[in-house]
Design a protein around this ligand. Structure first.
Ligand SMILES: [Zn+2]
Ligand SMILES: [Zn+2]
Length: 280
């Protein structure tokens, strides 16, 4: 189902000089927003009647309004006051159609769902609006139609989070890859590329791939892809793997422990000094 739709409210008083503008919320996948696409949307609304071309008359002829005798205004008695107001039958025009159009019952407009083709330019983001001139609601009695604003809303993506023209993604790596450095295949919107993870990369570290983000619909410049490295703790170890890991760990718990795991070491120091302060 496409997004919902509602008419904008005219500001201030006075008679509208054209039909209402409409807003249409269009949900797009990230790929559709990034690369652009053609969409068919179904817009419910009020359009000028085909049968009478908006005049409301079956034969194009009109006659003087019998209610106001062509004055466009009528006097209403309100207590002791006599008040003038617009004629309810002709809505102030002073004329009514002789034979009402059968299709619209003389209204000049009908409710109809229209199918429209919308070209979405590449690089749009949530909140961007595409204006379709004259595709809003039909104007009253032959006045021009309003505009239709198609407002883009980009859906969440399974891999990428969008931040303006930048894309963010998490890249899980193994402990050894993070420690020794590695070439990792990462997805981009243009396909897979190789990401160089430098040696001694910590979990949470971000690596920026320039120009691998979204090409801006306004500036034409491409944003970046920001890969956040997540070091994955190995699970379901075999007996052999467990022994190797224990050996490795033992080798790092000697006198040089601070050198191999500086954060863990300074954390432990902090904990020690915390307890000594608490207990002293
Ligand atoms: Zn009609
Ligand atoms: Zn009248």
């Amino acid at each position: 189902m496409f997004g919902d739709i509602f008419a904008d409210i005219f500001g201030g008083g006075g008679r509208p000089r054209r039909g209402s503008d409409l807003r249409y919320l269009l949900d797009l996948d990230l790929e559709e927003a990034v690369f652009g696409c053609d969409k068919t949307i179904e817009v419910p609304g009020i359009v000028a009647c085909d049968g009478c071309k908006g005049s409301g008359s079956a034969d194009g002829r009109s006659k003087t309004c019998p209610t106001c005798r062509g004055q466009g205004r009528v006097r209403m008695q309100n207590g002791i006051f006599s008040v003038q107001q617009a004629c309810p039958q002709c809505r102030g025009s002073g004329r009514v159609v002789e034979t009402p159009c059968a299709q619209c019952h003389g209204e000049g407009h009908v409710e109809r769902t229209r199918r429209l083709e919308v070209r979405i330019p590449a690089g749009v983001d949530s909140g961007d609006r595409i204006r379709l001139s004259g595709q809003g609601e039909a104007g009253p009695a032959g006045l021009p139609a309003g505009d239709l604003y198609v407002e883009v809303r980009v859906r969440e993506h399974a891999i990428f989070q969008r931040d303006g023209d930048d894309l963010h993604c998490e890249v899980p790596v193994r402990i050894a890859q993070a420690a020794l450095g590695a070439e990792i295949a990462v997805p981009t919107l243009d396909g897979e590329v190789s990401l160089s993870v430098p040696p001694e990369t910590q979990s949470g570290q971000a690596i920026r791939m320039r120009g691998r983000g979204v090409r801006s619909v306004r500036s034409g410049r491409a944003g970046d892809l920001i890969c956040r490295i997540v070091v994955e703790t190995p699970v379901q170890l075999t007996r052999e793997q467990r022994e190797l890991l224990e050996q490795l760990d033992a080798s790092m718990c000697d006198d040089d422990a601070a050198q191999h795991s500086p954060r863990a070491h300074s954390f432990l120091d902090g904990v020690k000094s915390f307890w000594s302060r608490v207990t002293s």
